[in-house]
Design a protein around this ligand. Sequence first.
Ligand SMILES: Nc1ncnc2c1ncn2[C@@H]1O[C@H](COP(=O)(O)OP(=O)(O)OP(=O)(O)O)[C@@H](O)[C@H]1O
Length: 254
Amino acid sequence: MSILEVQGVNKRFGGLAALDDVNLSVRENTIHAIIGPNGAGKSTLLNCLVGKLIPDSGTVTFGGRSLIGLKPYEINQLGVSRVFQTPEVFSDLTILENLMIPALASRDGAFKLSPFKYLGKEADIRYQSERILEDVGLIDQRHLLASSMSRGNKRRLEMAMCLVQSPKLLLLDEPTAGMSRADTNNTIELLRTISEAHNITFVVIEHDMHVVFSLADRISVLSQGHVIVEDDPQNIKGHPKVQEAYLGTVESEG
Ligand SMILES: Nc1ncnc2c1ncn2[C@@H]1O[C@H](COP(=O)(O)OP(=O)(O)OP(=O)(O)O)[C@@H](O)[C@H]1O
């Protein structure tokens, strides 16, 4: 069953058609990758899914409900979370505190500054946060300051900050950008573990074909604002339209 449906979405910036009649169907509990050359429209599409941009025309539905015109926080409350290219964490708080903030915000329906003072009293929230830290492999470091973390671990923490809000759909914008091969492989493992342990659907924008073909159940290829192919991974590799879009620059997995 499809959880996210994009139909006939157009988005122009002046004379440029950044998205041109884009269709996308994302099945529940799958990892759906969106790939395409630089400037293809991937980020624009993601921004249309989270309410940061409003399409000029077309429909976006999540769980059967239209997202068009909803504010980013309203879309987030429906269960759509986004992990950014550069991890955004509170550097002066511990790893555990970083997680308790969104957990509290999710429970109380709003982000308030006052919870900082009361974190120590929130036993349930602490328990819930610690379980998520176990899932992402950060439990032993929970009392360290976030500023001391490696980029790979910051990515884990940011993922945990989304997971603690129990999202149904997680949007990842180049989750391994700038990472070493070792951190990239750890992130692939982490995403696999999360997708198996939690009932979460993933939409992943990614340039690294090793990551794409290691993870994706389904791939949409964008080129010049248009989805030129949507298919299973085995049919994407070597697809003439995909080769053409990348002008032969698609990395091979080897
Ligand atoms: N706010 C904006 N104003 C004007 N043009 C924009 C804006 N945002 C994106 N564009 C243009 O729209 C096109 C699609 O950009 P987008 O960032 O969505 O591509 P992308 O596939 O994410 O690229 P990359 O892989 O390089 O991040 C590009 O030509 C870009 O220059």
